[in-house]
Design a protein around this ligand. Structure first.
Ligand code: 5HY
Length: 246
């Protein structure tokens, strides 16, 4: 049985978070799938602003390039902003799926509407942008912030899990949505608990994206290189980015 190698990339530099993300991806991957969970050595420790997101992309692309050198079959971008998704698709020979994109697709397969529960209020605009970009603006009933910083989510001394669970339950009542989409990779470990509490499907994009990449690879499907996702043309990059020359 041929194995499928999936590189799950946490675009921030928080190693503990990468370990959690890797555990959640492996928990759903098929026995013949090898999940390699990585994060860049450079970039923001968490992604909570447009500035963070912009500066996370070079590190993400360096991990895609490393995956290409290592023969990865596919990639998951494990950050709810789906940072660098289009650029990653130009670089990767296998399929690349972002966790926001994956979760929103799954949500519309299990109901008519969904709401997103995310971290800081300042990231809600990005979630609405992605819902519109992926064609789900009509299905998205709300984007709610728990105002817990990303790195506090896996701090065992914080009551993040309780706060996020309560907000998910409140959101279901308030928005009347058919499902909840978790708006941060750091919430992936909470998914099973929250599902038991809120009584509607709770969708973790890390798990869904892992299964989607696995399915696409097993179907022999990869990004079309005919148009905008063709590999980037040869070009010189200078200064800090000189190593990105293609
Ligand atoms: C994430 N930030 O999934 C996003 C969540 C957010 O570092 N990993 C991060 O708040 O946008």
């Amino acid at each position: 049985m041929t194995h499928i190698g999936i590189r799950v990339i946490n675009p921030n530099t928080a190693r503990a978070m990468t370990e959690n993300i890797g555990r959640c991806a492996r928990a759903v991957a098929a026995p013949s799938t090898v999940v390699t969970a990585v994060n860049p050595a450079m970039g923001p420790e968490s992604i909570e602003s447009h500035y963070d997101e912009a500066l996370a992309v070079p590190g993400l692309l360096a991990e895609i390039a490393a995956g290409e050198a290592a023969g990865a079959d596919g990639y998951v971008i494990a950050c709810f902003g789906d940072p660098g998704l289009d650029a990653a698709r130009e670089l990767a020979s296998g399929p690349v799926v972002g966790i926001a994109e994956a979760a929103m697709h799954a949500a519309t397969l299990v109901g008519r509407s969904f709401s997103v529960v995310t971290t800081l209020a300042r990231t809600t605009g990005r979630a609405w942008d992605l819902a519109a970009r992926y064609g789900f603006a009509g299905a998205c009933r709300g984007v709610r912030a728990c105002d817990i910083p990303v790195l506090e989510l896996d701090d065992p001394s914080s009551d993040a899990r309780k706060v996020v669970t309560a907000l998910c339950a409140e959101t279901v009542e308030r928005d009347g949505c058919d499902s909840i989409v978790l708006g941060c990779a750091g919430m992936a470990p909470f998914c099973a608990d929250i599902s038991r509490t809120v009584g509607v499907p709770v969708i973790d994009g890390v798990a869904v994206a892992t299964k989607l990449v696995e399915s696409l690879v097993s179907l022999g499907l990869r990004t079309s290189t005919r148009g905008e996702f063709a590999p980037p043309g040869p070009k010189r990059y200078t200064g800090l980015l000189r190593d990105f020359t293609v």
